[in-house]
Ligand binder design. Structure first.
Ligand SMILES: Nc1ncnc2c1ncn2[C@@H]1O[C@H](COP(=O)(O)OP(=O)(O)OP(=O)(O)O)[C@@H](O)[C@H]1O
Ligand SMILES: [Mg+2]
Length: 262
């Protein structure tokens, strides 16, 4: 579904990604983790085709991302960016409806199917009671949920999310990951999600990639990537690692930052 081959990327000569290669099969839920500045958002933008890699290429369904027409790409993938300033005063519902426009023949006229999909996305993200509210007047977490709802309403085969749960409460964090997992399982959506919520990623993602300084330092199932030494080396914190008795997934608890890193 998605193939990244030897991707490197530099901002004004300063390397942000170094020779990254990996593939994501259809129906796979991939989590990308790593410290601030590791290159996670940059990688997502390269995978989306928003940034052109200096070296290497990205293939989506066998074609390079840049060979798609913009309309085709809009149908193929949805994106929830890490931050987005929406300057106009749109209602929550209108922003979720925007997710449908890539599919519409007549812009600004949603068919019955789209109306139903928008309603479903609003309910899934617990936004039904907020649907007529002004986006700019929502809390950070409510805004984040609106953008996720808009991306899900797009119903694209590929979904890219950049820290979608960074402002969410415990309940909504779980709901987002659970919803995405269900889409991955039931509808074979291919999902790439960047997050600092390592324990949620370990619970829900099929595979993890750990980035550090633009390099892939580990990849594999969560229990292969979340190793004491590796986490300490990459993040500069000591962690306690165990299995959650309820979910049976691996989790970590940081307990001390390395002295040298302060
Ligand atoms: N537009 C830009 N121009 C120049 N340098 C940039 C730009 N965007 C990011 N960088 C740099 O590239 C590196 C990777 O940034 P990126 O945003 O991909 O990190 P990240 O892993 O997403 O971090 P975070 O967890 O803080 O979101 C950082 O050193 C950053 O300062
Ligand atoms: Mg980022």
């Amino acid at each position: 579904m998605l193939l990244a081959e030897h991707i490197s990327f530099a901002y004004n000569g300063r390397e942000a990604l170094h020779d990254l290669s990996f593939s994501v099969k259809k129906g796979m839920f991939l989590g990308i983790i790593g410290p601030n500045g590791a290159g996670k958002s940059t990688l997502l933008k390269v995978l989306m085709g928003l940034l052109q890699p200096g070296q290497g290429r990205v293939l989506l369904q066998g074609k390079t991302v840049h060979s798609y027409a913009s309309k085709e790409l809009a149908l193929l993938r949805a994106y929830v960016p890490q931050s987005l300033n929406i300057p106009f005063t749109f209602q929550v519902k209108q922003i979720v409806e925007m997710g449908r426009y890539a599919r519409m023949k007549h812009i600004f006229h949603l068919d019955a199917e789209s109306v139903a999909i928008v309603d479903q996305a609003l309910r899934q993200l617990d936004l039904w009671n907020l649907r007529n509210r002004n986006f700019s007047q929502l809390s950070g977490g409510e805004q984040q949920r609106t953008l996720i709802a808009s991306a899900l309403a797009q119903q694209s085969a590929l979904i890219f999310l950049d820290e979608p749960t960074s402002s969410l409460d415990l309940n909504h964090q779980q709901r987002i990951f659970r919803n995405i997992k269900r889409l991955v399982r039931e509808e074979q959506k291919t999902t790439v999600l960047v997050t600092h919520d390592i324990n949620l990623a370990a619970q829900f993602c099929d595979y993890l990639i750990l980035l550090s300084d633009g390099r892939m330092v580990a990849r594999g199932k969560p229990d292969q990537v979340l190793q004491f030494d590796l986490i300490q080396q990459v993040y500069g914190v000591k962690v306690y690692i165990d299995i959650n008795p309820f979910t049976k997934s691996i989790y970590l608890l940081p307990y001390e930052a390395n002295q040298n890193d302060t």
